[in-house]
Design a binder for this molecule. Sequence first.
Ligand SMILES: C[S@@+](CC[C@H](N)C(=O)[O-])C[C@H]1O[C@@H](n2cnc3c(N)ncnc32)[C@H](O)[C@@H]1O
Length: 346
Amino acid sequence: MTSTRGESLRAALTDMLRHQQGNHGWAVLHEGLAGVAAADGPTALDALLAEVWLKRPYITDAHAITLLGIAVQHHTLHDGGPSEVFDAKTPLPVRVRLLAGLLAERRAELTRLMAEHSNSYTGARRFLVPQLVIGAFAQARGIERVRLMDLGTSIGLLPRQLNVEPVFDRFAPDLHWHPAAPPFRRIPLEYVCGVDRPPLPTLEWVRACHGPSDYYERRFGEVLWSLDQAKTAGRYDVPLRPLDLLDVRALADALTSARINVATCTFVLYQYAEDVRRRVIDTVLGALDRPGLLLVMDPSHGLARMGCSVHAYVDGSTEALHVADVSDAHCMGDVTVRPGMGVLAG
Ligand SMILES: C[S@@+](CC[C@H](N)C(=O)[O-])C[C@H]1O[C@@H](n2cnc3c(N)ncnc32)[C@H](O)[C@@H]1O
């Protein structure tokens, strides 16, 4: 890779190889990609990325690398591509050769997947924090009807899990709150829905967003189990709509027409530049019914470390209340409650 953008992507690849979560599955593929990217002359990787950058000029390097891994895995799972590219026991030079061949032969298909889809990884334990925070907020404000929209919902897991107690009871013990967890309270949900970028992510795509490892197999098993529990609890039929959050007029319309007073947005906005992120947040704040709450969860250190932070915006105020920090974005580990929680549930 010789271009400036190629150099920047190579640096991002090196950073991601050091990421703690990489050990759970993607590191082997990223190592192979670094091998392909290290070639002197132009490679199939250069050609593929040039097309992706043309179609998605603002994609970050980290997202492009993640998406390429997902596209390769999707192809491997569905069309029988070379699974050795994910196998640490296969010598690195062999993996690099296989990957370079795959990128050359399947460039059109991989480019299409990367142009049309996003990383739609969804975690079965992420709803634990919104469940308790929104429950505490509704209780403190005496809110009798919550109308909730999950923004960037992927397959709509979070909206289906809220208030489903068997799911909460299974996962909550693995998340330790400091100094203490707010009590579980049923959220008085009158209406709940989710939106995501068109085309709406499928379960197959979300499967490919999980890294190739036992760790991610278990996480995906938790997703499937949660969906089953939602069916049993009669909470499966949640409206999911295609909507691009960057189309702020459509976003405002969707929120006002459904009289939404609580919005959640987990692991979505960190992908965008600060001004874009701000525009989406301001639009939501201007469109929520009062008393309104927007809850945002994002990785705390870009994608460099494992934790995430939770911020809330209340009653249209643009002041971000720092509610909590979670040690692991998959919501296993520790939650440290921050002063914003007191304001919210005060
Ligand atoms: C990493 S997933 C997180 C899914 C889910 N919120 C969770 O935390 O488990 C990010 C999701 O945001 C969606 N997304 C990203 N940009 C979007 C946009 N402009 N409009 C709507 N959805 C978007 C992606 O399609 C993807 O499904």
